[in-house]
Design a protein around this ligand. Structure first.
Ligand SMILES: [Zn+2]
Ligand SMILES: [Zn+2]
Length: 427
């Protein structure tokens, strides 16, 4: 008898970054991630999951991986698996998505009741603990080094094993030690490809350039605006800024407090928990209109969500600085296609917060790379270590994946394929 066929069906994050969703079949079907994609105009969702799945597995809390899970629980009664930190952080983001939708006058995709339902079906799984998924099937999470609670997901089926990286980071960052690479045998690898076409700049040099730019912006009499992702990047940026002892007040406007509490609850998952706590306690937390007015009274540093400037409190500050040549926008994360941040980098324009029309900005702007994703060489090293028989690429722009695909072939000779939307790959 030949080997039983496994398969992956792409429902999102196929030749794009955002709305991760895959159904994997190992005799029983599982949903791997269920996220959304935030564009300039709209939110994009994964294609409909019509298959019956036995469980949902969420790699980490970022909205492009977890954002639609409560919607899934409108009609599902299966279990979901994720780490405790992922559940705590995702819960904050889910509740916030409802608020944002209501604020924008849109119908939220799910309600608080569905978030509660999601909690009821959730099963929290620590790192390095095997959980039985079914007959001859088990799940194990390993620290992915990407954000708090992020996991590499290993599914073992009899003698064979499949690893889904989710978003991961091999080398250490300001906050985390890097992924736990000792995952054992890997036959099939589904790998993110965000930066599959390039090497990132040296982190320490980038941090210094960033802090110097922030400082000189304030000295010029402007505001240093730092759009950040609510989870991971905001804590990291604050940690970096506070270690450089800059001579200016740092304001933080976003979901920071609740998220920071989750960080404080998991000191074992953070590289320097004491340092982080000190940094987070040293910033001024902005609340409401009055807090914002205070932050904009005299030049300073404003760290605010969202990271790609698609909504979030950062919009309030953009209004003020968009035409101020002394001020500068410091982008600090990946800017997905179709987001205002990407528009700024590509064309020097962003949608005017008042009119919504794309407008050339009069302030300065620059992108700094503090990526929580691996460089091409980090990924090639990971692939060589794990030595899979076959590789499936997800979570990357099409052009990036073409370059990455060639590099994988040249360096390792392992067969690699892009997972495509609505297409099933058997292996
Ligand atoms: Zn992520
Ligand atoms: Zn992602």
């Amino acid at each position: 008898m030949g080997k039983e066929k496994f398969s992956i069906t792409g429902h999102g994050a196929c030749q794009e970054v955002g709305r991760s969703a895959f159904v994997v079949d190992f005799g029983e079907k599982f949903l791997l991630d269920y996220g959304v994609k935030l564009n300039v105009e709209e939110v994009q969702y994964p294609s409909e999951i019509t298959e019956h799945v036995k469980a949902a597995i969420i790699s980490h809390a970022h909205l492009d991986h977890s954002g639609l899970l409560p919607y899934f629980y409108k009609n599902s009664e299966c279990l979901s698996f994720m780490t405790e930190a992922t559940l705590q952080l995702a819960d904050i983001l889910w509740k916030d998505s409802i608020k944002i939708a209501e604020f924008e006058g849109l119908a939220p995709k799910y309600s608080k009741q569905e978030i509660e339902r999601t909690h009821r079906y959730n099963f929290v799984v620590p790192y390095k603990k095997q959980v039985r998924l079914g007959h001859d099937l088990s799940l194990e999470f390993f620290d992915a080094g990407h954000i708090l609670g992020s996991a590499l997901t290993k599914i073992s089926c009899r003698e064979e094993s499949f690893l889904y990286t989710g978003d991961f980071k091999v080398v250490e960052t300001q906050l985390h030690l890097g992924a736990d690479m000792d995952v054992g045998k890997v036959d099939y690898l589904m790998i993110e490809s965000t930066y599959g076409d390039r090497e990132q700049k040296d982190r320490k040099l980038e941090e210094r350039a960033f802090c110097e730019s922030v400082q000189s912006t304030v000295e010029r009499g402007g505001w240093a605006i730092v759009p950040v992702l609510a989870i991971g990047r905001s804590q990291e940026v604050i940690d970096i800024l506070s270690k450089y002892n800059l001579d200016a007040p740092i304001y933080f406007d976003g979901m920071g407090k609740a998220v920071s509490e989750v960080y404080f609850q998991h000191p074992d998952l953070v590289k320097d928990p004491k340092g982080l706590k000190k940094a987070l306690n040293s910033v001024e937390w902005v609340q409401g209109r009055q807090g914002r007015a205070k932050a904009m009274k005299s030049p300073g540093i404003i760290v605010s969500t969202s990271g790609m400037m698609k909504g979030g409190p950062v919009i309030n500050y953009l209004k003020k600085v968009i035409n101020d040549p002394r001020s500068k926008i410091h982008l600090t994360s990946y800017q997905a296609e179709g987001t205002p941040g990407r528009m700024l980098l590509d064309n020097g324009k962003i949608p005017n917060p008042d009119t919504g029309l794309a407008e050339k900005v009069g302030c300065r702007y620059e992108k700094f790379e503090f990526s929580a994703h691996p460089s091409q060489s980090e990924m090639i090293r990971a692939i060589k270590k794990w030595g899979p028989k076959e590789i499936f690429m997800v979570h990357g722009d099409k052009k990036v994946m073409e370059v990455f695909n060639k590099k994988i072939k040249d360096e390792t000779g392992i067969k690699s394929t892009s997972v495509l939307l609505g297409k099933k790959i058997e292996f």
